[in-house]
Ligand binder design. Structure first.
Ligand SMILES: [Zn+2]
Length: 239
């Protein structure tokens, strides 16, 4: 990908950040700075402390996403696949696979370890928070606990969101692997993509009554489902 910068190499895989990241990182830091407790640092008086904490939270969020992607990569390598590079956006990453896994049960495991790692990180952070956070302390005294709460909460949400059984979420891959045990890979992809589209459609309808954001996410899921289907079909010459 041309619009990304390589920042590191882990497990032999180039880790890149997408150029949009340079805008999204300060944007997220700003969101954390204006949100009131318990989802942000708006209650902190000192501007310097507020913005430093917000920026640090955004960076740690990015590191959590990197761990999620590396969990996928580690399993892919272990089961004989290969990863060309990982490109990170702030709340998601894309692992470009050189060689896909041929065995559906390995693919399912590989897809599952990403959300699992997010949920485990989330639970550990929230557990740490509830065990050690001093009761009834002021925000200025314990802003780090607010940070562990925010990061824990977002990691669990990211993990659960990724388990939605629709492409481009990991849940879509798990669903395809489930179908692929009974039919060909292309057919399994088609079936998983149709379920993803139905899911997106229903979500969009619900969004009309609830929230514009839901419609936006539904649209993103719909595009992801069609994109994955087209990609697999063209790779297998069925287009
Ligand atoms: Zn993932």
């Amino acid at each position: 990908m041309g619009n990304s910068l390589q920042i590191a190499r882990v497990l032999g895989i180039p880790i890149k950040i997408h150029i949009s990241f340079l805008l999204v990182l300060p944007f997220f830091a700003w969101i954390f700075a204006i949100q009131p407790e318990p989802f942000g640092f708006a209650g902190i008086e000192s501007g310097l402390l507020k913005y430093s904490l917000s920026l640090l939270t955004a960076i740690l969020l990015f590191i959590s996403v990197l761990i999620h992607e590396l969990a996928h990569s580690y399993f892919a390598l272990r089961y004989g696949g290969s990863i060309n590079e990982i490109t990170l956006y702030l709340i998601g990453g894309v692992s470009a696979m050189g060689k896909e896994l041929s065995d559906p049960s390995s693919e399912a495991k590989m897809a599952f370890v990403g959300p699992l790692s997010s949920i485990v990180i989330g639970i550990l952070l929230l557990l740490f928070n509830s065990l050690f956070s001093p009761a009834a302390s002021s925000l200025e005294e314990s802003p780090l606990f607010l940070m562990t709460f925010i990061l824990g909460y977002i990691n669990i949400l990211l993990g659960l969101f990724n388990l939605i059984p629709a492409f481009p979420m990991d849940g879509g891959r798990i669903l395809r692997a489930f179908f692929a045990q009974r039919m060909g890979f292309v057919e399994a992809t088609e079936k998983a993509a149709s379920i993803g589209k139905i899911f997106a459609f229903v979500m969009g309808i619900i969004g009309l009554f609830i929230s514009f954001w839901l419609i936006l996410i539904a649209f993103f899921i719909y595009m992801g489902a069609s994109g994955e289907e087209q990609q697999v079909k063209s790779r297998y010459g069925k287009l």
